[in-house]
Design a protein around this ligand. Structure first.
Ligand code: OAD
Length: 232
């Protein structure tokens, strides 16, 4: 049965109260990427970086999944083929909304990573500078999120899924950050039908076969209902 690969971005969590990056007043209007989302920024001022992610971790812990997250979980459950959710989001709202398997290509706020030995463990609510790694005891704990200049996680697996996709959807992402912004081209090369669901047209909108504009809580459940109707 047909495989669906879905890429999500900050827009799907916007109606759960989590700010996006590039919309007006978004996170990148309030913070400099170089300061809080690069390995160099962390080396320069780890307290600032921990403060940024601690605040986001606490906010995400309080957020509730919305009907768009729930609709994708329904699709994963009821579609007769495989539904792969790849997210750039570091919140856990897909899982909280019932999704079973989610590829977090930019990591997770709920995780800690040792910059020295690569060990991973659940992050405390607040991470502090110099916190020891439980495996190697080095003072090298960092949030398990991918920063600019680092390689996103599980890329081989994602490209394998894209190569087998019959349908590719990008939801709530501006198409400004690579490699995710190029997934649509991989999907096209695989012969997939492509659809963008977003509030406004993304930077890659012209590559998609179909576009649906509006808030994710409206467009995503409607799209899922249509797809499931076709599969019956
Ligand atoms: P952006 O902030 O770049 O884009 C958010 C997109 O969501 C925009 O295209 C909005 O139009 C759309 N949007 C806003 N509200 C929406 C709603 N209610 N329903 C549907 N769409 C809505 O966020 P991303 O594309 O996720 O990476 O950003 C990609 C990456 O850039 C992030 O993972 C992060 C960031 O820098 C790292 O930190 C490495």
């Amino acid at each position: 049965m047909q495989k669906i690969v879905i890429l999500t971005g900050a827009g799907i969590s916007a109606e759960s109260g989590l700010g996006t990056f590039r919309d007006e007043g978004g996170l990148w209007a309030q913070h400099r990427i170089e300061d809080v989302a690069t390995p160099e920024g962390f080396a320069r001022d780890p307290a600032l970086v921990h403060g940024f992610y601690n605040a986001r971790r606490m906010q995400a812990a309080k957020a509730r999944p919305n009907t768009a997250h729930a609709a994708l979980a329904r699709l994963q459950r009821d579609w007769p083929g495989e539904v792969v959710i790849v997210t750039q989001n570091v919140d856990g709202l897909h899982e909280a909304g019932g999704a079973e398997e989610v590829i977090h290509m930019h990591g997770v706020l709920a995780g800690a990573l040792c910059a020295a030995c690569g060990h991973r463990w659940p992050a405390p609510e607040e991470m502090a500078v110099g916190e020891p790694c439980p495996a190697c005891n080095g003072p090298t704990a960092r949030p398990d999120v991918v920063w600019f200049g680092e390689m996103p996680y599980r890329m081989d697996e994602i490209y394998d899924h894209l190569a087998g996709a019959a349908i590719f959807a990008a939801i709530g992402t501006s198409g400004q950050v690579y490699p995710a912004a190029a997934f649509v081209h991989e999907a096209i090369a695989a012969g997939a039908r492509t659809v963008e669901l977003n509030l406004d047209p993304s930077d890659t909108v012209s590559s998609f076969d179909e576009t649906r504009f509006g808030p994710a809580t409206q467009t995503v459940p409607a799209w899922v209902t249509e797809l499931l109707g076709q599969s019956e």
